[in-house]
Design a protein around this ligand. Structure first.
Ligand code: MG
Length: 157
């Protein structure tokens, strides 16, 4: 058994879509980034790569590569899941938490779980998504950006 831990941060920017767990969430601003800036998909990707000692998504999908401009991060997550299996591991479970002061994310939680589970080839029951505000503290609390954390459990086949 191996565990993995992932974390990612993206800053808000005007004129961007807010994509979290592959869900396009209505908001007056979105997250800045080379890809679609899906901070949750990125944190989960890094947790999976950490568990198999496979580097990180910056190494796998460099932001200097035009191929990943505005990339769909669910597709990147699917590639990461394939990479995990190629290295001889199966994914058991993934859990995550999003730190965001706004918008309210609970209405989108189930859709995010379904998207993420489908991307990784997992049952929805094995993918957790939670959201919390930071009580107006810190960069998330000042609505400067969103942070996501993820853990995973994998086993060597
Ligand atoms: Mg990122």
């Amino acid at each position: 058994l191996r565990t993995g831990l992932g974390m990612d941060v993206h800053a808000f920017a005007p004129g961007r879509k807010l994509i979290l767990g592959g869900v396009d969430i209505p908001h007056h601003q979105g997250l800045d980034g080379h890809s679609d800036a899906d901070v949750l998909a990125h944190a989960i990707s890094d947790a999976l790569l950490g568990a198999v000692r496979g580097g990180d998504i910056g190494k796998l999908f460099p932001d200097t590569d035009p191929a990943y401009k505005d990339a769909d991060s669910l597709k990147l997550l699917a590639e990461v899941a394939r990479f995990v299996r190629e290295r001889g591991f199966e994914i058991i479970d993934v859990d995550s938490v999003i730190a965001a002061q706004a918008p309210k994310l609970s209405p989108y939680r189930e859709a995010m779980r379904e998207n993420l589970a489908a991307a990784m080839g997992l049952p929805v029951e094995n993918v957790g998504v939670k959201a919390t505000t930071t009580e107006h503290l810190g960069p998330e609390g000042r609505e400067e950006g969103i942070t996501a954390y993820a853990t995973c459990l994998v086993y060597r086949i």
